[in-house]
Design a protein around this ligand. Structure first.
Ligand SMILES: Nc1nc2c(c(=O)[nH]1)N[C@H]1C(S)=C(S)[C@@H](COP(=O)(O)O)O[C@H]1N2
Ligand SMILES: [Mo]
Length: 544
């Protein structure tokens, strides 16, 4: 208990400092992040890909509990050898500092002071608790008195017992059980309160930064702040691009509802004024862009649906937004890269995030469509932290894992030899988005009233567009053409609805889409790994 309470205090104090000063990383989060990085492919996929971010709190909780148990373990060790326990504390401090220093942004001195200070305070409190408990060895079994303690121990009465207190009263250290519990509980409570305050402050700041400012205020900027001239703006979505049916996802996904997938337990906080984008590797003239430099290049807008390769058929890891950014092709041209100068040495474009995450796709893709973007805004607001503030990649037609680096800081042109983050973990090197469709207006297993039941949702095939959507109410025996909303863009998802005249009974509903090239999505069922799930979204419904 003495060790656990001391560790609780240490963790709490460190978390409080993190809450006040974000450049001192949260130690449990940093350690969890290192665990994610070291986790082998299949496991990492299960944790991050399939379970999404749900696994993150569990991992952090496991780290915190392990820390508390190590504290307890070290306190137990202190009964045998205080020196060994102190060595253990030093090892914990080293591990914490190692994990913290691998975070992308830290204030080194403050971080060292925080880790050492909080662990020091925790150790001190553990020591005091041990001492006051009067547990054998708690008074401080140094190496010099170890043998004496060891022999003394056999004769020791139960701690907290009357006889025990009697035996130790002359040393004036032992307190009663209630006193000890109060002290330990107090230390743990202070730790928990500090941690809670720290977490609260962190949350506050998140809300502040992610409450994304509108683009115009970004553009106005301060003195010397370049104002981006939008060269190609897209019109607002016409009303006929949306179908009003209960349960239909909005045509443009609000940033707060846009799915989030990444390996970062907490989003990097980048100072835009100090942010740079390096274009290097097999390029004629390596360049470094500041945010202002980037804003001086042509800016375009585009509606692009982003999908995650780990999305199950019918799943929610797909969203549609309006993106604003500089065409990747323009950025590459600044570095002397041109489509007629592509060769083996520069055929792969690797995007690198401040946290070291990487994507990789064929460089040619950047020149095929100017909508392959170095994006700085989403739905007319600057990017929220969790979606890559201040700058990310968005490439129509490619799953996020090969293309959509958030918190982008480097673009490297290289040969095919390099494998990006998820490729190293067993996912396919190419990541074209597969044509997919989803039923949204009827919940799986729903019971609906007989009569007119709209079966609707979205279908997507970025770069190819959606030409046709069909709905089956008899498990795929027969198919009915759905009514399509106007196509917002070939890169964006398209809404559909089939007005079903439903009679009482049990039904199996299915949907399938055909892309702009006349290719119907495959009925063959495949798991997300390695290259994206296939099959028709199928749900059961009861009509009464
Ligand atoms: N830095 C970084 N960028 C990243 C990732 C990541 O883990 N780290 N995940 C990618 C994946 S797998 C997807 S599907 C998209 C998701 O983008 P979103 O979270 O904005 O929806 O981001 C991509 N960009
Ligand atoms: Mo993804």
């Amino acid at each position: 208990m003495a060790g656990g309470a001391g560790m609780a205090l240490a963790l709490g104090l460190a978390e409080l400092v993190h809450g006040v000063y974000a450049l001192v990383p949260s130690v449990p989060v940093a350690i969890s992040q290192r665990i994610i990085e070291l986790t082998p492919g299949a496991l990492a996929t299960a944790g991050i890909g399939a379970l999404g971010k749900a696994a993150a709190p569990v991992l952090i909780a496991v780290v915190v509990v392990s820390a508390l148990l190590s504290g307890a373990g070290l306190a137990a060790l202190a009964r045998r050898s205080r020196l060994a326990a102190l060595a253990g504390v030093a090892v914990l401090a080293a591990a914490a500092l190692f994990a913290a220093f691998m975070e992308p942004f830290i204030a080194p001195v403050a971080t060292v002071l925080t880790v050492l200070g909080s662990l020091g305070a925790g150790t001190l409190v553990s020591g005091l608790l041990l001492r006051s408990s009067g547990v054998p060895g708690g008074e401080g079994a140094g190496p010099e008195d170890a043998s004496e303690e060891a022999s003394a121990e056999r004769r020791e009465p139960e701690p907290f017992s009357g006889r025990y207190r009697e035996a130790h009263s002359e040393r004036g250290v032992a307190v009663n059980r209630r006193g000890f519990l109060a002290l330990a509980g107090g230390a743990a409570a202070v730790g928990a309160a500090a941690a809670g305050t720290g977490r609260f402050l962190t949350g506050e700041e998140d809300a502040e930064v992610t409450g994304a400012r509108p683009l115009e205020s970004t553009q106005r900027g301060g003195p010397g702040q370049a104002v981006p001239q939008v060269r190609t703006s897209v019109p607002p979505p016409p009303p006929e691009a949306s179908i009003e049916v209960p349960g239909m996802p909005p045509l443009i996904t609000p940033a707060e509802d846009f799915y989030v997938i990444d390996t970062a337990l907490s989003s990097p906080r980048i100072n835009r004024e100090r942010w740079t984008l390096n274009v290097r590797g097999a390029v004629e003239n390596p360049v470094e862009f500041s945010y202002n430099d980037l804003m001086s290049l042509p800016v375009i807008e585009a509606y692009i649906t982003l999908a995650c390769v780990s999305n199950e058929v019918g799943g929610g890891l797909v969203s549609n937004a309006k993106w604003t950014g500089v065409p990747l092709s323009e950025v590459l041209r600044e570095a002397g890269v041109a489509p007629d100068r592509l060769n083996r040495a520069n055929e792969q474009l690797v995007g690198r995030s401040v946290d070291g995450w990487t994507n990789g796709f064929r460089t040619r893709t950047a020149f095929e469509r100017e909508e392959a973007l170095v994006a700085f805004a989403m739905n007319d607001d600057e990017l929220p932290l969790k979606h890559g503030y201040p700058v990310r990649l968005v490439v129509p037609g490619l799953y996020g894992y090969v293309s959509a680096t958030k918190w982008l800081t480097e673009i490297e042109l290289t040969d095919r030899g390099y494998d990006a983050y998820w490729i190293q973990r067993g996912w396919s090197k190419q990541g074209p988005v597969k044509t997919q469709s989803r039923i949204d207006t009827v919940e799986p297993g729903a019971t609906v009233q007989a009569g007119r039941v709209p079966i609707g949702g979205v279908a997507w095939a970025p770069t190819r567009g959606i030409e046709r959507v069909e709905v089956s109410t008899d498990g795929g025996e027969t198919w009915n053409d759905a009514r399509l909303a106007a196509q917002l863009d070939v890169d964006a998802w398209r809404q559909y609805v089939y007005e079903w005249e439903a009679e009482p009974g049990e039904y199996v509903l299915k949907v399938r889409a055909t892309d702009g090239e006349g290719e119907t999505q495959t009925a063959e069922e495949a798991a997300p790994i390695p290259s994206g799930a296939t099959g028709y979204h199928t749900i059961e419904a009861t009509v009464v």
